[in-house]
Write a protein that binds this ligand. Structure first.
Ligand code: SAM
Ligand code: SF4
Length: 491
């Protein structure tokens, strides 16, 4: 397949051709694919070496950890091609926006920041502006870019990230905007180079996509159907990370609890945790996100018994009202959620719980919202990500006419945030005079002369200490707990 300077429907024709190829010769096409990209990487590296000028890139990432990790892969491919990162837009040869479309706000930010690049491109016509990620999986966004953002050079989506070297090479020879967005996901591509933001703690994808179709959520449409990586590939990646100094891994998936369903054999997420727990050199294992409907007894047992699995579960409940949960297609009730929390608290002593909550889902009443506050009060979350419901075109909830008025949504949201913060503060006060194990990550963000790290419960701790402690596990006595962090002294 050759890449053309194409508009959206031509790209789709190419995808169809490729999908047919994949059906008949699945494995060969996949392995050839990454090999082809390696050839493009090599050619670009030579070209950059010949030009004798170090080319620079900036990647701006919007959204979740999945996107952050995708950006680490883009950085990995770029650095292998001979590009270096910079923070200065004026000296950049390549600017990439890796986008998110989970809420409208994230999209508006991208459009605003893209608009601001127009003058930069005018002054430097050789600058390559690339937009990729979840937003690009929506045809109306690509149309908008073609209509109003003609200064963009390259557009691609979530399913063909591994083809970035080829796309970039084609863009350099093109006068027009190059668009390549695949409608559907393909095979999982292993072997994409990665430059990780941190050495000590890193992300590891264990699965891609989502099959849950919560009625408010765009992710299943932008990230495709759920598919899990092979256990052997995950173990090989983690073993390699250990050799490069990694102490903590965070396993990523939209619903890690359903890991393994697309694999041959009977492998579950609990099995994967038990396997990873045996890898020597890894000190801590984290994971996100857990869907309450798939949190099994066996998984709770694995969390309780694997010594490296941290005592922290991010368990989004979204709403406390059974009517709203049903309308959201979440497949659990308030009672089932509270029951799971009790099991976790009983089986995993000192477990910290965090969550996601949506306020103002269509038709949410004051009584529905009271149930949400009730869960917050009963569980006592260590932290919560709170969101105002945002209409996402193409999702079932967007078609519900009875949207909650903005003023009502905001008033409920403020009440919720106030209560969540109050509880976080109370929980953190409980750490006063306690000694906690901290994995030291680097200089503190608030005071770079101090150090920061996290506890197994994922609490942020600031303390004074020598830089040589970075990457080590240390004991810290908490002397001054705050609402969102803990201050302490090394012991
Ligand atoms: N897969 C994860 C799960 O189910 O918990 C979450 C992925 S999503 C990127 C992160 C959070 O965004 C969700 O848990 C939900 O609270 C929030 N979210 C998703 N769609 C939303 C929407 N349309 N409006 C507001 N918040 C939304
Ligand atoms: Fe979206 Fe629900 Fe899938 Fe999470 S589980 S990504 S909220 S559809």
């Amino acid at each position: 397949m050759t890449l053309l300077m194409c508009h959206y429907h031509i790209t789709i024709i190419e995808i169809r051709e490729e999908a047919e190829l994949k059906r008949s010769k699945e494995y060969e096409v996949t392995s050839l694919d990454i090999q082809t990209q390696q050839e493009f990487i090599e050619a670009m590296r030579h070209k950059n070496l010949e030009e004798k000028r170090e080319k620079k890139y900036i990647i701006t990432t919007y959204g979740c950890q999945m996107n952050e990790h995708d950006s680490e892969k883009l950085a990995g491919m770029l650095q292998t091609m001979g590009y270096q990162s910079t923070d200065d837009k004026k000296e950049a040869d390549l600017i990439i926006f890796n986008t998110c479309c989970v809420r409208e706000n994230a999209e508006l930010k991208v459009y605003g920041n893209l608009g601001a690049l127009k003058s930069l491109k005018k002054n430097n016509p050789d600058l390559i502006i690339t937009v990729c990620g979840c937003m690009m999986q929506q045809p109306q966004v690509v149309e908008e870019l073609k209509r109003k953002y003609r200064h963009v050079d390259l557009v691609f989506g979530t399913h063909n990230l591994h083809k970035f070297p080829e796309l970039l090479a084609n863009t350099l020879h093109s006068e027009n905007m190059l668009v390549d967005v695949w409608e559907q996901e393909g095979e999982i591509i292993e072997g994409v180079p990665v430059i990780r933001k941190y050495d000590i703690k890193t992300f590891v994808n264990i699965m891609f996509g989502c099959n849950n179709f919560c009625t408010y959520c765009i992710v299943p449409y932008t990230r495709g159907r759920e598919r899990s990586r092979e256990v052997a590939d995950i173990l090989a990646e983690v073993t390699d990370l250990v050799q490069h100094g990694t102490k903590e891994i965070t396993l990523l998936g939209q619903n890690v609890n359903s890991y393994g369903k697309t694999l041959d054999g009977d492998v579950t997420f609990a099995d994967l945790l038990r396997e990873l727990n045996k890898v020597e050199g890894i000190e801590r294992i984290r994971f996100m996100t857990s869907h309450p409907k798939d949190l099994s007894e066996d998984l709770i047992d694995a969390i309780a018994t694997c010594n490296k699995v941290c005592e922290h579960v991010h368990l989004p409940f979204q709403s406390g009202s059974n009517a709203v949960l049903k309308a959201m297609n979440r497949s659990y009730t308030k009672e089932k959620y509270l029951n799971l929390v009790n099991k976790l608290k009983t089986r995993v002593p000192n477990v910290s719980l965090t969550t996601d909550i949506i306020v103002g889902f269509p038709e949410e009443t004051e009584e529905d919202f009271a149930h949400t506050l009730d869960i917050v009060n009963q569980v006592g979350f260590d932290a919560a990500f709170t969101f105002l419901y945002s209409i996402r075109q193409g999702t079932p909830a967007a078609k519900i006419e009875a949207q909650v008025e903005d003023t009502v949504k905001h008033e409920r949201f403020n009440r919720l945030v106030e209560r969540v913060n109050e509880i976080c503060g109370i929980i953190n006060q409980g750490y006063l005079d306690k000694t906690v194990e901290v994995l030291v990550e680097g200089p503190s963000k608030t005071d770079p002369s101090r150090l920061m790290g996290r506890t197994r419960q994922n609490k942020l701790v600031n303390f004074s200490g020598d830089e040589s402690l970075i990457g080590q596990l240390v004991q810290v006595k908490i002397t001054d707990p705050k609402t969102f962090s803990l201050n302490g002294e090394l012991i």
